[in-house]
Each structure stands twice: as structure tokens, then as C-alpha cells.
Design a protein around this ligand. Structure first.
Ligand code: PLP
Length: 449
């Protein structure tokens, strides 16, 4: 039985897969403040044309430029593992495979899109990229990509994380990025929040508002987003394409695919290439796994909402908990975004993508078992997928089913050990975000039409 299934560099995919080509219905368009679909012009202030084209494309295959493939070869193709030791510990008849995206220099799947975005901006003469980051994974990824393609990078880092993740900050600085604790007094959005809440811990939504405002205000500056948008999910499909080839090498095909779901990019990345088969009639279940404390797909509503806290972005039709949703401080597992990818949301609404919510103690318990059996200490986000896989593997033990399960190990947890410490110290609790608080956020949804 193989432990690692590896592809040669020459076998790395040459095209990204665009799920839009196989969706039963066309994707819902983003809307502007007037309620009309946003045209390419409105996005041109913050994105390069090549990215805008990809955002709206319905082409099934989009070529990966050779310069991007060269950057990706620094860590790709990533290994697919058979989790033999986890299977043995669980005593399950299920086969468990995982794709290891922790092998990138930044430690997660996020550089897959960061290098593509940096490349297209560089090609269109942009000098500087702004972005937001929560725990620091995305900021690190863009800092790395900016360095590889010779662009300046400014990162607005959610203030609470800036304090809690000092090594992520210094990693970004090592790759040459400037890092600011958001909310800052550098933007109108930041100043507005600081006036209302001087002690604000910040949020991803606020940091997005700051980064977008700066990019919109300067011609040589664009914005880069690490998740949610169609082009980001597109760039991540290299994960699922590689996984498919790797499983073919051992003659297997997954019955179920699991990935943690924050904005939906690593989920779309591993799941969408298999959706192509599902659309053609193949039985494969795609499961997005989220925390019970930020239950976007399982408890949110499918509605148009802003992508940020202030309301600067176009309206996206997605599952949302409301753009002013604030996840509780007790939650240490990431995946805190109020909304979700429009593509993932639409497929979930049509019953083609499943969503499970797992409480955080179960996620850390799963992560510790994974570390003890497979050796890799997973990112708390990845622990959500591991917890879901373990649930399914245990179900297989009871039913005797020999299912093939695949999950995405979206990253390692080397910079998240303080969250593990809180778990070991018994400081973390399960938290089901109260229905009443969700209703309150949902009451502030923008009116459309
Ligand atoms: C950012 C991140 C996620 C969640 O983001 P998605 O866009 O939903 O993929 C999951 N895992 C890790 C390790 C991350 O850094």
C-alpha cells in the first residue's frame, strides 16, 4: 500500500478548470449599488483585466501561463497521501486519502492563487498590491508572490491576529511586505470604525474595506483577494486536478470529498474538478465543512450581501450571516468569514454541494489524532475537514462500508500552536452561534430590487 502518491513536475496541470462550464444554471452576477449587474469597468479600478475576464469566464479550461507554472513548481505538484495510520487508529474499512497543501512555502493552499494574481498584475503594469489578512495565511501568500514577481505588497492584518500571530507578521516582512494592524487611521473605513469603536479588534470585513479603499484610490495599486471570488476558486482547481491524476495512478476514485470552508477556495479547488464528473452523472459527494460558530452554509440565508463590513464591494449572491456578523472571540479555528463563494453557494442551493458544521472541540480532537498518527500538525481550519472525515470513517466502521474518502489538508498549524495550547489548557468551548444573533445580522442585509 502506497503512503505518498507523487506526480512528476512535467505532469503538473497546464490548465485550470472552470466549474461555470458545467453548472446547471449560469452563475448569479455581482450587483452594483444601483441593483444592476456589475460590468467589467466597475472592477477595473482594483483588478487587472485578465483577472476580470477570468471572473466572468464560462470557458471550461483556462491555460496556466508558463511563468505561473514555473512559480508553482517551487512546491507543486503537491503529494497525495493515503492516511494508512489514521485508518488503522480508527479501525475503519474506509480508505482515507488527503492532498497535502501544507507543502507550499507559506504553509497552505493560498499561494496557488497568490502567484497567479501577482503575475497578471505585473503583466498589466501594476506596482503595488493591497490586501487584508486574518490569521496571516493569505498575507504571507501574497507577500511571497509579490516577492516572486517584484511587486510591493501592503497587508492590512486584523488587529487581534496582528497581536496573536507575530510570526506570521514577521514572515510577511521577511518576504518584503508592509504589514498594518487593521483598523488603521490610513483609510476612511478604518477611521470610521475607530471613531465608533476605539478598541475594535478588527475583522476580516473591516480589513477588506481598508485594502479596497486604498487600491481604488491609486492607479498603480490593485487589490488581491485570497478567497470567495470566482477567479480565486479557479486558480485553486489545480489541487483537485492533481488529486484526480494521483488517484488514477492507484486505481481509486473518491465517494466523498471534504474540505474546510471559509470563503470556499480550497473546497472549490479540490472539489470542482470532480464536479465535472458529477455533472456527467458520476456519484461523488462534495462536502464543505464549517465551524458551528460561523455557520454560513448551514444556518445563513441565500441572499445578496456585501463582501465587506462597510459595504464598499459589489453585492454577491451567497450564503451569508450578514456583513456585520462578528464571530465570537472564543472561536480559535479560523473560517470566520460572514459569507461564502457565490459558486459554492449556488451549487449548495441547488443541492449539488453538501455542508456540515462541526463544533470546535471535535475539530481539535481530530487534529491531534491526525498529528499523532500521520505526523503532520494540521492548521485549525484543516481540522474541520479531518473531523468530518473521521465522522464518516466511523460511520463506515458501523455500517461496514468501504468508502473512499478524500480530504484537503489545506495547511499546517505551525503558526497556530497558541490555539492548540488553548485547546490543551481547556480554554476552548464549543459555541453554536445563537439564532437570535444571526437574525440580528440578517436584518441588516441590503435591499435589492
Ligand atoms: C484561508 C484558509 C482556509 C479557508 O479559506 P478558503 O478560502 O475557504 O479555502 C482553510 N485552510 C487554511 C489553512 C487557510 O489558510
Amino acid at each position: 500500500m502506497k503512503t505518498k502518491i507523487l506526480l512528476k513536475e512535467a505532469e503538473m496541470p497546464t490548465h485550470w478548470y472552470n466549474v461555470v462550464a458545467d453548472m446547471p444554471n449560469p452563475p448569479t452576477p455581482p450587483l452594483g449599488p444601483d441593483g444592476q449587474p456589475v460590468g467589467p469597468d466597475a472592477l477595473a479600478a482594483i483588478f487587472p483585466n485578465a483577472i476580470i475576464e477570468q471572473e466572468m469566464s464560462a470557458e471550461r479550461w483556462i491555460p496556466i501561463p508558463e511563468e505561473v507554472r514555473e512559480a508553482l513548481r517551487l512546491w507543486r505538484p503537491s503529494p497525495l497521501y493515503r492516511a494508512n495510520r489514521l485508518e488503522q487508529a480508527l479501525g475503519t474499512p474506509a480508505k482515507i486519502y488527503f492532498k497535502n497543501e501544507a507543502v507550499s512555502p507559506a504553509g497552505s493552499h493560498k499561494p496557488n492563487t497568490a502567484v497567479a494574481q501577482a503575475y497578471y498584475n505585473k503583466m498589466e503594469g501594476i506596482k503595488r498590491l493591497t490586501t487584508e489578512t486574518g490569521a496571516g495565511q493569505w498575507g504571507c501568500s501574497l507577500a511571497l508572490a509579490g516577492q516572486l514577481f517584484d511587486l510591493e505588497v501592503e497587508v492590512y492584518m486584523v488587529k487581534v491576529s496582528y497581536g496573536q500571530k507575530p510570526y506570521r507578521r514577521s514572515m510577511m516582512q521577511t518576504w518584503g511586505a508592509k504589514v498594518f494592524a487593521s483598523p488603521t487611521d490610513r483609510t476612511n473605513a478604518g477611521r470610521q470604525i475607530l471613531t465608533a469603536h476605539p478598541d475594535s479588534d478588527g475583522s476580516l470585513g473591516i480589513a477588506i474595506s481598508e485594502a479596497v479603499e486604498l487600491a481604488a484610490g491609486r492607479d498603480d495599486t490593485n487589490y488581491a483577494l485570497g478567497s470567495v471570488l470566482n477567479h480565486v476558486l479557479l486558480h485553486q482547481t489545480i489541487i483537485g486536478e492533481e488529486a484526480k491524476k494521483q488517484l488514477e495512478l492507484v486505481g481509486d476514485y473518491p465517494d466523498m470529498i471534504f474540505a474546510p470552508c471559509g470563503g470556499g477556495s480550497n473546497f472549490g479547488g479540490i472539489a470542482f474538478p470532480f464536479f465535472a464528473d458529477k455533472a456527467a452523472g458520476k456519484a461523488v459527494q462534495l462536502v464543505a465543512v464549517e465551524p458551528t460558530s460561523c455557520p454560513t452554509l448551514t444556518k445563513g440565508v441565500y441572499a445578496y450581501d456585501f463582501g465587506d463590513a462597510i459595504g464598499l464591494t459589489p453585492l454577491l449572491k451567497m450564503y451569508t450571516l450578514g456583513h456585520d456578523f462578528m464571530p465570537p472571540g472564543i472561536h480559535a479555528g479560523g473560517l470566520r468569514y460572514h459569507g461564502d463563494s457565490a459558486l459554492v453557494s449556488q451549487l449548495h442551493n441547488e443541492g449539488l454541494v453538501d455542508a456540515w458544521a462541526v463544533p470546535q472541540l471535535e475539530t481539535f480532537e481530530a487534529g491531534v489524532l491526525f498529528a499523532k498518527t500521520q505526523g503532520i500538525v494540521p492548521a485549525p481550519e484543516s481540522c474541520h475537514a479531518i473531523a468530518a472525515v473521521i465522522r464518516e470513517a466511523k460511520r463506515c466502521t458501523e455500517s461496514g462500508e468501504t468508502k473512499t474518502l478524500l480530504f484537503n489538508l489545506s495547511g499546517h498549524g505551525h503558526f497556530d500552536m497558541s490555539s492548540y495550547d488553548r485547546y490543551f489548557a481547556g480554554e476552548l468551548e464549543d459555541f453554536d452561534y445563537p439564532e437570535a444573533a444571526i437574525k440580528e445580522s440578517l436584518a441588516h442585509l441590503p435591499k435589492v430590487g
